[in-house]
Design a protein around this ligand. Structure first.
Ligand code: WTA
Length: 653
């Protein structure tokens, strides 16, 4: 059982904002009927949503729920890639822009639905015919934000193979752990990607991951993106250029008629142990969830230019850059690089250039823009924007109001969307045409979802009191398990409150039933919207030769939401050198990825522990945030925290 802290901090902001009558009138949802429909007949409501997709064969039964295992749309047959491509090319959308891509260096590519269809067909043939990839196989994708990433994903699901996309910021060690965990024989990568003007040498990182030879990977497909300037060594027999393979590939590859419960993809995410979890999503339920929420939460229309700024390496990019928008036949913008390159107005120049109408980004990004000042957005025409969204972490009212006033020019509803890798799609969010939004609140669960906030014993809390967020009934896009680890699936999500899904998040609701998300209550740190387990960081610290023990905590950070502080004890063998703190920070970045580098490493002679030897992270948090120390009576040695507190205060001076 992870150490759990009941959330108490309650943000205070009671102003409400309403959509304009013009927005409301044009919106897909302009009254409460969707909520009413879902309340009357939840399963019927979900069937209605599933009917928006193309099924080769309709399902026989909607739901089979044998807690904690759900099957949705049983007996139905469909294909995600068919729904995202084939059904659109049979209509006027054939020549509509599917993906508008902007490279960090300024390059631009527009793929129409027909273009995307053709590329995906060919690459599906490459996978199937050249590499023998078949239904049920797992394919790893480690790519920069380029259209080939979406092409590779769509090609996998077209033939019934499950993809496992690894975010391009992860290290060689992380790639190795993940390919081993899911026994993946093929990696698709690129010669490199651009980030902040630098080349990230993705292919070399893959080489390093495979260098020990101790992995299941047999083949590596390499997209040439950088070209000259990327140092790529091809390993004879193992590595293949994507472009050459595509030249020889047949043009059509029929989409497989897949059972609704076919594994669509794995996505690894951090939990409370050192080992990441391979979250499993299946075909029919997942696509139903993302298609429905994309349409209603973003009020997606044919003429929208929709831009989600996430990286496809995370769930937000899977659901709301690729599958949700494409399934709806929308135009989705994809930007390769960083928001500050070549200057701090890059996002606003992209909004202006393409006439973006819907912008979906993260609170961390918003706080960064705020700190850069209003002149950057003000230098651009943002008048095409009509709807704004946020995701990934709680948004503080100040950042919300800045987003509203400076970016939305007080004219765009904001959808603060709460969800998780595990939920597959957005669960708590305003519907923009009708909601009265409040800065800092994600509003109410969307139609079709049943959430509750409970105390430690599972009893619903009163309004205004902090508690734990749970989901009371299965939903179509819920995770189907953790790859290869059913016990962990049960323990993590379903054992805390029997029969209910435990989110790991704290929340409260107010007198109007609005939900206020209060952050994680378990040992998960949310750095810039990226989830990291404290155990994962601790294992990486302890992996450094000088480190004996480590305890990682998250502290509030003005821009990142949370930042990592690692307290470590050193081995007494004299192996540590001066500057070991910096070495340990670097070591964590090498083990996991640069985004996991601790803000601060603090060497201590001892860590505060209970008599049974459990590290008291709560006290470390008190020390690092300068709060008065909480209850220390269970400590084995109370002097340890006093010493540590003193040391911390000296460091801070
Ligand atoms: C947090 C990202 C507050 C939350 C889609 C959740 C949020 C974790 C919000 C999932 C929000 C996400 N308000 N907190 N609108 N959205 N979170 O799996 O703690 O990367 O449990 O999925 O992010 O992170 P994940």
């Amino acid at each position: 059982m992870p150490e759990e802290t009941m959330p108490t901090a309650l943000p205070g902001e009671d102003r409400t904002f309403q959509p304009s009558s013009e927005f409301r009138e044009r919106s897909h949802v302009s009254d409460d009927s969707l909520y009413e429909l879902a309340n009357q007949d939840r399963l019927g409501f979900w069937e209605k949503q599933a009917e928006q997709l193309h099924w080769f064969k309709k399902w026989d039964r909607v739901l089979e729920w044998d807690a904690p295992y759900a099957k949705w749309f049983i007996g139905g047959k469909l294909n995600i890639s068919y729904n995202c491509l084939d059904r659109h090319i049979q209509t006027w959308r054939r020549n509509k822009a599917a993906i508008i891509w902007e490279g960090e260096l300024g390059g631009q590519r527009v793929l129409t639905y027909w273009d995307l269809y053709r590329e995906v067909n060919k690459f599906a043939n490459v996978l199937k015919e050249r590499f023998g990839v078949k239904q049920g196989d797992r394919v790893t994708i480690y790519m920069p934000m380029i259209p080939e990433l979406a092409i590779a994903m769509l090609a996998c699901v077209r033939i019934g193979a499950a993809h496992s996309v690894i975010f391009g910021g992860f290290s060689a060690d992380s790639i190795r752990d993940r390919v081993r965990d899911c026994d993946s024989k093929l990696i698709i990568t690129a010669d490199g990607g651009y980030r902040n003007g630098q080349i990230i040498p993705l292919k070399s990182i893959v080489d390093k991951a495979l260098s020990s030879g101790n992995t299941p990977v047999e083949d590596v497909i390499v997209v040439r993106h950088i070209g000259e300037g990327a140092q790529v060594q091809l390993h004879e027999g193992r590595d293949h250029w994507y472009q050459q393979l595509m030249d020889d590939a047949p043009a059509r590859c029929q989409a497989e008629e897949l059972d609704s419960e076919t594994l669509a993809f794995l996505l690894y995410t951090s939990g409370t142990t050192g080992k990441p979890k391979g979250i499993m999503h299946t075909t029919g339920g997942y696509l139903t969830g993302v298609t429905y929420t994309s349409k209603y939460v973003f009020d997606l229309k044919e003429d929208d230019v929709y831009w989600c700024t996430a990286d496809i390496g995370w769930i937000t990019g899977h659901s709301y850059i690729v599958y949700g928008p494409l399934s709806n036949g929308a135009t989705t913008v994809m930007y390769e690089g960083s928001p500050g390159y070549p200057d701090k107005d890059r996002f606003w120049s992209i909004v202006e250039k393409y006439g973006v109408t819907i912008l979906y980004t993260a609170p961390t990004a918003i706080r960064t823009f705020m700190s850069w000042g209003d002149d950057y957005p003000k230098g651009h025409d943002l008048s095409t924007l009509r709807l704004l969204g946020t995701v990934g972490e709680p948004i503080n009212p100040k950042a919300w109001l800045w987003y509203h006033n400076v970016i939305g020019q007080a004219n765009c509803p904001i959808v603060d969307t709460w969800w998780q890798t595990e939920t597959g799609c957005i669960m708590i969010s305003p519907l923009p045409g009708i909601a009265h939004t409040r800065p800092g609140s994600a509003s109410r669960p969307l139609p079709g979802f049943e959430a509750e906030i409970v105390d430690q014993h599972g009893k619903p809390v009163e309004s205004g009191t902090g508690g734990l967020l749970i989901i009371k009934s299965p939903w179509p896009s819920m995770l189907r398990g953790i790859y290869g680890d059913p016990d962990r699936y049960r323990d993590t999500y379903w054992s805390r409150f029997e029969g209910f899904y435990f989110t790991g998040d704290g929340a409260k609701f107010d007198e109007d039933g609005y939900y206020w998300l209060l952050g994680r209550v378990d040992d998960v740190i949310n750095v810039s919207g990226h989830r990291l387990g404290t155990m994962e960081i601790e294992s990486a610290c302890v992996d450094h030769p000088s480190v004996a023990e480590a305890a990682a905590i998250g502290i509030d950070h003005e821009i990142k939401g949370q930042a990592i502080v690692a307290f470590v004890t050193l081995k007494l063998d004299g192996s540590s050198s001066r500057g070991v703190e910096e070495e340990i920070r670097q070591h964590v970045a090498t083990r996991i990825g640069a985004f996991a580098r601790p803000e601060q490493v603090i060497i201590t002679a001892e860590l505060p522990k209970t008599r049974s030897g459990k590290i008291m992270r709560r006290l470390l948090r008190d020390i690092a945030t300068g709060r008065a120390l909480g209850d220390t009576t269970t400590l084995a040695d109370a002097a340890v925290v006093q010493k540590l507190k003193k040391k911390y205060e000296q460091l801070a001076e």
